[in-house]
Design a protein around this ligand. Structure first.
Ligand SMILES: [Zn+2]
Length: 254
């Protein structure tokens, strides 16, 4: 770290849980963020500001007017531009020292697997179940940490999955029934609405869990889901059980 780094990251370094060693770990970390919309915007911005050394961002959408209500990485000037380049510009404006890899594609199949393989941690900021299940499968296969959140209406939820760990549940253990279940459960904010700052809260919490994972400090949301209700301003924590017969992570152990 040079003098500029010491100045830039001073408020991190002052935290005994981070210190120089922790900040060096952040600077050496590789994180993949899938989806740079409502959740992905605060994740990308905070992780860039925090000095995560290499951040890959994947999204195949372009910035539209109805995104600007909550997707704070983008602005009016980026309307019509790819979300990935718009988000990268914002991240770069905050921190030009980090390496930003732009994946302007619908990350799937082999490309998803190889991008997951290159990352230390994967952050799921997508908004549909099919993609979430595919990301989970890739993380289990590659034995990667997965930080997953969702937001809809006035509600949010967040969990961390220690994929590849035989004692930890994966996303499929917890929500697998939904994969073949009714379409009703695949709700997105495009049909239900979402309060703008709720995605900010949940995305910021994803960024916190990523940082804690990298510095290996604190208690993670592993095998737990934290539920947020903005209307009642209540948080609820629930245990997530491992499904020994899970078709995704159950096979890893055999
Ligand atoms: Zn599982």
């Amino acid at each position: 770290m040079n003098d500029d780094d010491l100045l830039r990251y001073g408020r991190h370094i002052m935290l005994p849980e981070i210190d120089f060693e922790g900040q060096k770990k952040l600077l050496a970390a590789k994180v993949l963020i899938i989806g740079v919309g409502g959740l992905g915007s605060p994740v990308a911005i905070y992780l860039a500001a925090s000095g995560i050394g290499e951040i890959s961002i994947a999204d195949h959408d372009i910035v539209e007017l109805n995104n600007l209500q909550r997707q704070i990485a983008h602005d009016e000037k980026s309307l019509g531009q790819s979300k990935v380049s718009s988000c990268a510009n914002r991240m770069n404006a905050i921190n030009s020292k980090i390496n930003i890899i732009q994946l302007d594609i619908k990350l799937s199949g082999e490309q998803l697997l190889s991008s997951v393989a290159k990352a230390d941690i994967v952050v799921d900021c997508t908004d549909n179940l099919k993609t979430r299940f595919e990301i989970n499968r890739a993380c289990v296969q590659q034995k990667k940490w997965l930080v997953s959140a969702a937001a809809i209406r006035w509600e949010g939820q967040i969990s961390v999955y220690h994929c590849g760990n035989k004692d930890s549940p994966c996303y499929h253990c917890c929500y697998g029934l939904r994969e073949s279940g009714s379409k009703e459960l695949d709700q997105t904010c495009s049909t239900n609405g979402v309060l703008s700052p709720v995605v900010g809260v949940m995305g910021s919490m994803q960024a916190i869990e990523v940082i804690k994972l990298i510095i290996a400090k604190g208690d993670l949301l592993v095998a737990r889901v934290l539920l947020f209700d903005a209307l009642s301003m209540q948080w609820e924590s629930m245990q997530l059980p491992k499904n020994p017969d899970c078709p995704v992570c159950g096979q890893v152990q055999k």
